[in-house]
Design a protein around this ligand. Structure first.
Ligand SMILES: [Fe+2]
Length: 351
């Protein structure tokens, strides 16, 4: 699209197959300070739009090479902001109305009244000025919105980095205390998020699942060292205290706005599909989706990585155990997809 004529002189294109009318209008308008191009050939008019850049076109309706209606279409396609005024004979008035519907601004009846023409041109120029002003305003508004959106996105990205760093620091604090599971939190967070993503979860929901998996055992920060690090089997009472880490984790995170859904996963990460888990004995879909995926990932991870209190098994054996517990401990509808994802992502030496 061409740019509007920015100078103070206005460009008027006059096209009529009667050279006398063209000459008369040109002389009149030139005398009024306009920059005028007069043509008797409508085909030539179309080819001169780019070089002359008219503000207003005055067109005869009935012309032999290309009709005024066709020329109107060409002009509006080139730049819809160019105003078009038609010159029509008395019996063409109904056609002129149709032309106005197609974008013409005005029509004047022949024989032409020059003062009327001048009035029509000044209305057309004002109309065009308003359209361009409106367009510029809209453009600036769009630019402003784009700039603000960009600045907001940058700020949000910065915040996300701060969040991630904070959460990593929290999970590292836990890993420092419970070195037997070092690296476990970050690993199960990535695998749980990956498996959930493979099942179509995305955006904010996926981020919450990753955060929840990362911080699943954060409540252990509140478990006494004597229990957390006890080398022997825990007594029943000690187990009761140990099991409270799910609630502690929930209490810890549920007041943090951006971790609300993650807190629910932390709360539910020891629930079992058949309702025999803890702390609330939730069943089936009452257990958050992220916690159900996490349970499978966490169990496999705990079995295939060596820890002080477990016998390390291969991924194949761990997967068989998960399948055996589908429907009791694990959601049977998530078992195969999660195992397939893990199969693709656990290190080959652990297979
Ligand atoms: Fe736990």
């Amino acid at each position: 699209m061409s740019h509007p004529n920015s100078g103070s002189t206005r460009n008027i294109l006059v096209v009529d197959d009667e050279p006398e009318i063209v000459a008369c209008v040109c002389e009149f308008l030139t005398g009024r300070g306009f920059n005028v191009l007069g043509l008797s050939n409508s085909l030539e008019a179309a080819s001169r739009l780019g070089s002359f850049r008219p503000d207003v076109c005055i067109l005869d309706f009935r012309m032999p090479e290309r009709s005024g209606a066709e020329l109107l279409e060409t002009i509006k396609q080139y730049d819809f902001r160019i105003e078009v005024i038609f010159l029509t004979a008395q019996n063409e008035a109904s056609v002129a109305v149709d032309l106005m519907r197609k974008g013409a601004l005005d029509f004047l009846l022949k024989p032409l009244e020059l003062n009327q023409l001048l009035l029509s041109i000044s209305r057309a120029l004002e109309h065009r000025r308003l359209i361009i002003e409106n367009e510029n305003y809209r453009f600036h508004l769009e630019q402003l919105v784009l700039e603000q959106t960009k600045a907001l996105n940058q700020a949000l990205t910065g915040l996300e980095h701060v969040y991630s760093a904070t959460l990593d620091a929290l999970s590292m604090a836990l890993d420092f205390r419970d070195q037997s599971t070092s690296g476990h939190s970050r690993r199960v967070a990535e695998l749980t998020a990956g498996a959930a993503s493979a099942m179509g979860i995305k955006d904010a929901a996926l981020v919450q699942i990753e955060h929840g998996a990362l911080l699943h055992d954060i409540g252990k920060l509140k478990i006494p060292d004597s229990i957390l690090w006890k080398p022997a089997k825990l007594t029943e009472d000690e187990w009761k205290i140990m099991k409270r880490h799910a609630e502690y984790g929930f209490e810890f995170l549920s007041n943090i706005g951006f971790l609300k859904d993650a807190a629910e996963i932390v709360y539910s990460h020891h629930e079992k599909y058949d309702g025999t888990g803890y702390p609330r004995g939730l069943q089936r879909d009452n257990i958050p989706f992220g916690a159900r995926v996490f349970a499978i990932v966490d169990t496999v991870d705990a079995m295939i990585y060596k820890r002080p209190y477990n016998v390390q098994v291969s991924f194949r054996e761990a997967a068989a155990e998960v399948r055996r517990c589908a429907g009791t401990q694990f959601d049977p509808s998530l078992v195969e997809t999660t195992l397939a994802y893990l199969d693709d992502h656990v290190p080959p030496q652990l297979k």
